[in-house]
Write a protein of this length. Structure first.
Length: 130
């Protein structure tokens, strides 16, 4: 949900705002799609991919065709994951520690991708790709 303040800033926790149309979509959702009136647009426009999205799609296609797999992991992890589980002392890592962590699993901002990748491998071990 989009929250606009008097200063017109978007809240920091809104992660799906990439383009101006995303803000319009959130406003339409808040107002209610059924509350919008139908009208005919008198302007013409041609949609196209943003250059960064086009590049990302091409890169994703090329990497997946060479055998790489995409893995989406959490940004936050536990202190143990970047310390003890990686055979390091937790005070050796210069990680950003959250002051109000809600769970033990999400205490710090990750400093490496390895713990998340290992957790994905363990979670997906029984789900083998044919």
């Amino acid at each position: 949900m989009l929250l606009l303040l008097d200063t017109n800033y978007v809240c920091f926790y809104v992660l799906d705002i990439l383009h101006p149309c995303d803000i319009a979509e959130d406003v339409a959702i808040a107002f209610g799609y059924n509350n919008l009136e139908d009208s005919i647009s008198f302007s013409t426009s041609f949609g196209c991919l943003q250059p960064l999205n086009k590049y990302s799609d091409l890169l994703r296609l090329e990497l997946s065709s060479t055998g790489y797999r995409e893995c989406l992991n959490f940004t936050l992890c536990s202190i143990a994951e970047i310390g003890q589980m990686m055979n390091k002392k937790s005070h050796d890592e210069k990680a950003v520690l959250l002051s109000n962590a809600k769970t033990q699993d999400f205490q710090v901002v990750r400093t490496t991708l390895i713990p998340g990748l290992l957790k994905s491998i363990v979670s997906n071990k029984s789900n083998k790709v044919q």
